[in-house]
Ligand binder design. Sequence first.
Ligand SMILES: C[C@H]1O[C@H](OP(=O)(O)OP(=O)(O)OC[C@H]2O[C@@H](n3cnc4c(=O)[nH]c(N)nc43)[C@H](O)[C@@H]2O)[C@@H](O)[C@@H](O)C1=O
Length: 323
Amino acid sequence: MDFTGKRVLVAGGAGFIGTNLALRLAREGARLRLTIHDKPLQAAFPDAEVLQLDLRKAEDCVRAVDGMDFVFLCAAHTSGAAVIRATPLVHITPNVLINTLLLEAAYQARIQKFCFISSGAAYPPTGARPVTEPEMFDGDPDDVYFPAGWMKRYAEILCRTYAEKIASPMPTVVVRPSNVFGPYDKFDFGVSHVTAALLRRVVERQSPIEVWGTGRDIRDVIHVDDFIDGMLAAFATDLPHFAVNICAGKGHTVEQILQALLKVDGYTGADIRFDPSRPSTIPVRLMDNSLARSKLGFEARLSLEEGLRRTIEWYRANKMAAA
Ligand SMILES: C[C@H]1O[C@H](OP(=O)(O)OP(=O)(O)OC[C@H]2O[C@@H](n3cnc4c(=O)[nH]c(N)nc43)[C@H](O)[C@@H]2O)[C@@H](O)[C@@H](O)C1=O
């Protein structure tokens, strides 16, 4: 898809996905508008228009979308296992407000296409079988993701509503990521996801290396560059509504992710301590990537090791250097 000269809103331009997406779209010649809320941009965007807004307010959503061709909703309250376990509701009200108000504002502003980032965590549990797209509503999400899962599901239903169920519809794309990692992720242990947390412990040569849970939880992890490729491929389809898994299509235990990090970074003889008393979430989450392969020709290119190597390099240059 040619973004040259297109007016593109990246809502949540200071976040992990938003920063990576905006960097890509800037390279592709888009005329960017980025919204920020309470944190500054993480990267330099000399040609972008930057608006500081509170997308939980309808009038700010109206300002955000005004004059745009395309909208990517990357603004969201997200965090890892610790927050999900301790305070599962913190992700509900703000996200419900942002999702509903920005969709409505985009529809009223006659935006050409809207992209929503859902989550693989919204699916019902399928055990060791990779979950496919039609299964999203086949039962409740896993209990630990019941609140956040239904919040994502309702936003997906709204995306379908605006695209298929009303007059003058607005095309919408829903991408369902697995566990994304890479540059500009959150590396603060209290809120970070597993890959970022373990990467930081390895790079900082912590000893012992603490791992929450048993290390046997299984996740599909995907580097953010691959995720952005998949998201933009999904955005380029000419379907009125399309929902697709963007994932690597294979699983690794938490212990395997840690071992890969140790190997890539040359940390030998690490003293690893698994702590089952620390928060864990879903034991296994695998996602099927065949729809993305067949419909979009998308497949993640980076191996786990290469994705980790690039992220470690970025972390050293940007986070360690700044500390
Ligand atoms: C896609 C999906 O991704 C996320 O869901 P998650 O995979 O459940 O979250 P996570 O990455 O925090 O944990 C994965 C597993 O890893 C174990 N683990 C070990 N050691 C650490 C550790 O140090 N930190 C963390 N956070 N986890 C650790 C931890 O015990 C857990 O069992 C959400 O953002 C969700 O909102 C979402 O959409």
